[in-house]
Write a protein that binds this ligand. Structure first.
Ligand code: NAD
Length: 526
């Protein structure tokens, strides 16, 4: 694992990477030209917001498997380019949320109590509170726009001040509002008309850019106080300044003034505006968290494990991830078998989740099935990131369905792989907490514990065939670990699945294929 770091991360993060077995080069003063020259030697690249990770870089980065963005957002990373190449992009969206929420509260209190203004007077040896009377929080209403990670932390903290919390976030469900004890407002305008203090915590998107402007301030409660510790541009600064001058807005606390990283915003000129230079994440704890988290994420992604904060993968909460983890193994196993038994091009993959698994977030399991399916036949790297794109580019239709109940099993995943002339079917389950089992192939029933080396064959169901298989495998020096036979009595056919301790040579396979009654036999490597 050869990792290049082009922008500073906390020492704890570097130590973590080394502990994980990575060879780390920290080169924070590379020119663009130098970066493009050296990038070919690295498996992973860790950046913050200044290194442009784009097509020009991807073309040179032939070994690159993971891009780690230490921090929030991926504005400097070309996501399509990464996804097309199967490069996993990870970031650390959670690492600084507490710090950002705490600064929000800090700015809120500072602006409601004029702390910086009083501080400046007193430091100037002037003992004078006149004109700077504050406002108490207790009993007031705070309106939160965006009830995500930071918005929720702000809500729970402000409750302890005895405030009423209302929020506008059309994308958050009722249960979450209820659990947080926050009242929902359907319209931003209603929130603004009611709030004594407004704080915004949305990401910067097409929809949210400038979402609080002239119109919104017109309908705002007179004397409203406004906090923005999210992103510049969410609140239109011109409209805000006008609203301050018209005394609609009483005070402002802002961590993200326009013009960053230059101190050029006209807000800086106004007395009732408290400002900080994008310091929301600037705490020792947040920076340590960012460093350690990005190190863990990059190392996990390089090892081929699930990185919980992959940006170009469906995201799973840590708890969800632990419950689907064993199904990822099952899915990959089920997917891997088809092309080792069949040669026909796949037209459609139908995935059916039944029983317990149907309750889980299954999108990642479906990706694991596709990853397994394409891996044996494609030269290009197949992983969770590009598996569904590969299916799409190859014209393979993928469908997913769920049934809450299933006969005989608690949980069952069935994959039907449909080609022009036939349908191949394979099913698997989980026994106990973590035992993967294949329980069906093409209608033959088994209970097979998958192993790295397997032989799968079909034969006429008559005496002597299995005995000869055993003998010939012995001659070929292949030790059989387990063997199971599934039968279709009416067809006089059987399918056998053997697990072996070693690979089976082509020569032995040919001998096996020559046994009378054997219809076909394949070596399968998992
Ligand atoms: P998040 O993704 O957890 O939450 C964002 C919330 O905004 C979501 O609940 C989403 O549903 C909601 N939302 C999206 N569009 C909306 C719309 N049109 N109207 C209302 N709600 C909408 O994000 P987070 O981690 O809580 O971060 C919030 C903001 O804080 C982001 O802009 C982030 O970049 C910023 N941030 C700033 C600092 C700093 O240093 N000041 C540090 C960390 C994060």
């Amino acid at each position: 694992m050869h990792v290049l770091i082009t922008e500073p991360i906390a020492q704890k993060g570097l130590e973590k990477l080394v502990q994980e077995g990575a060879k780390v080069d920290v080169k924070t003063d590379l020119s663009r030209k130098e970066l493009l020259e050296v990038i070919r030697d690295y498996d992973a690249l860790i950046v913050r917001s200044n290194t442009k990770v784009n097509e020009e870089l991807y073309q040179k980065a032939t070994r690159l498997k993971v891009v780690g963005r230490a921090g929030n957002g991926v504005d400097n990373i070309d996501m399509d380019g990464a996804t097309n190449r199967g490069i996993i992009v990870v970031n650390t969206p959670e690492s600084n949320v507490v710090s950002a929420a705490e600064l929000t509260i800090g700015l809120l209190i500072a602006s409601c109590r004029n702390i910086p203004q009083l501080h400046t007077r007193l430091k100037g040896k002037v003992w004078d509170r006149s004109g700077l009377k504050g406002m108490e929080l207790q009993g007031k209403t705070v309106g939160i726009v965006g009830l995500g990670r930071i918005g929720s932390l702000v809500a729970t903290r402000l409750k302890s001040f005895g405030m009423k919390i209302v929020a506008y976030d059309p994308y958050v469900n009722e249960t979450r509002f209820k659990n947080l004890g926050v009242e929902r407002r359907e319209k931003l305008e209603d929130l603004m008309a009611e709030a004594d203090i407004l704080t915004i915590h949305t990401p910067k998107t097409k929809e949210t850019y400038g979402m609080i402007g002239k119109e919104q301030f017109k309908g705002a409660k007179k004397g409203i106080r406004v906090i923005n510790c999210a992103r510049a541009g969410l609140i239109n600064e011109e409209a805000l300044i006008e609203a301050i001058k018209e005394k609609i807005v009483a005070s402002v606390g802002i961590d993200v003034p326009d013009g960053e990283p230059q101190a050029t915003s006209p807000l800086l000129e106004l007395d009732n505006v408290v400002v900080t230079p994008h310091a929301g994440a600037d705490t020792v704890e947040a920076q340590d968290n960012v460093g350690v988290t990005i190190a863990q994420e990059v190392a996990a992604a390089l090892r081929g494990e699930m990185a919980p904060n992959s940006v170009n993968l469906p995201t799973l909460q840590a708890q969800e991830l632990s419950s689907v983890k064993i199904y990822l193994k099952l899915g990959e196993t089920l997917g891997k078998i088809y092309y080792q038994l069949e040669k026909e091009a796949v037209e459609k993959v139908e995935i059916i989740y039944r029983g317990e698994v149907a309750e889980l977030e299954t999108s990642m399991i479906s990706l694991a099935i596709l990853k397994g399916l394409f891996e044996p036949v494609l030269k290009e790297r197949v992983n969770y990131v590009n598996a569904s794109l590969i299916a799409k580019n190859r014209g393979v239709v993928v469908t997913e369905s769920k049934e809450s109940t299933v006969d005989n099993y608690l949980t069952l995943v069935t994959v039907k792989i449909i080609s022009k002339n036939k349908t191949f079917s394979i099913s698997g389950t989980i026994f106990g907490k973590a035992e993967v089992r294949i329980v069906e192939i093409n209608g033959y029933e088994f209970d097979v514990h998958p192993a790295p080396y397997m032989l799968i064959g079909e034969n006429i169901d008559k005496p002597g065939v299995i005995g000869q298989m055993g003998t010939l495998l012995g001659v070929g020096k292949v030790n059989i670990a387990t063997m199971q036979v599934g039968r279709k009595i009416s067809d006089k056919r059987a399918m056998m699945v053997l697990t072996a301790d070693s690979e089976v040579s082509q020569e032995t396979l040919e001998f096996l294929g020559g046994i009378e009654g054997i219809l076909r036999v394949h070596f399968v490597k998992l």
